[in-house]
Design a binder for this molecule. Sequence first.
Ligand SMILES: O=P(O)(O)O[C@H]1O[C@H](CO)[C@@H](O)[C@H]1O
Ligand SMILES: O=c1cc[nH]c(=O)[nH]1
Length: 320
Amino acid sequence: MASILPASNKSMTSDRNTYVGKRFVHVKNPYLDSMDEDILYHLDLGTKTHNLPAMFGDVKFVCVGGSPNRMKAFALFMRKELGLEESGEHIKDICAGTDRYCMYKIGPVLSISHGMGIPSISIMLHELIKLLHHAQCCDITIIRIGTSGGIGITPGSVVITDTAVDSFFKPRFEQVILDNIVTRSTELDKELAEELFNCSKGIPNFPTLIGHTMCTYDFYEGQGRLDGALCSFSREKKVDYLKRAYKAGVRNIEMESTVFAAMCRLCGLKAAVVCVTLLDRLECDQINLPHDVLVDYQQRPQLLISNFIKRRLGLHDQTS
Ligand SMILES: O=P(O)(O)O[C@H]1O[C@H](CO)[C@@H](O)[C@H]1O
Ligand SMILES: O=c1cc[nH]c(=O)[nH]1
């Protein structure tokens, strides 16, 4: 295992991801250390072309979300909230050399887009985790801020995921490796989820709950929608499925949480998933919110995470 954990820090506490002293990022690939150069192709970064420790060594919070525009908006918001607008801190896309993903750094906060679905976020996470490893980052908290479909809860509610589950309501992510299926756990950091929930209590009119999040491979048939180009099941079957999901503890559905939870867990990253719900899937399938309401809802996870980061940095009362 190619870990940058110094020998002196190797005595473990009861928390499997926490070492006495600093918590480093683990990459679990014996080949990486012997590589002369590591090109992070989809991020347009590399170990020979960029001084990754100088560029990213102070990162403590990594926020990821599907849409490039949303992650740029989050970066601009964090710049304001951290009081860095006046300091000449520019917002520039670090991955401008590629249009696969975008990345912005604002002080200790990294904001990155991951596109839609498991394959897209998985590629980004492989390269991001190696980036954090090469940059010798420690004590990282990583949070996915996204949108989702709710089940049995009011649209606009924010769901903090305790466990990501698959389409069978199981807390697992099945990765096909060569011609094997490797099953990985999708548990998220419970303490971090509680900390975020407590943080949400300080925001007025901010409906928030902790629950399971179901991650699917598709937005339409995979989420039981009746409005895709293909649909081979009845309305009754759809409602029955979603009600069974609700009974199993699922409160929202999106498309990245299982692989995100599994990869972060394996690499020693404290991770959370915070998604706003855009609709109640027991009521409808189409997202028909007025634009201003959609914008307001999408900002909710950003507001919560900004408050959380400011609290962690001891800045909570200093900005809006
Ligand atoms: O809000 P984001 O991060 O884009 O995520 C959700 O939105 C997309 C579907 O519209 C999926 O990627 C789903 O996970
Ligand atoms: O219903 C929804 C809404 C947003 N994202 C999803 O994956 N599903």
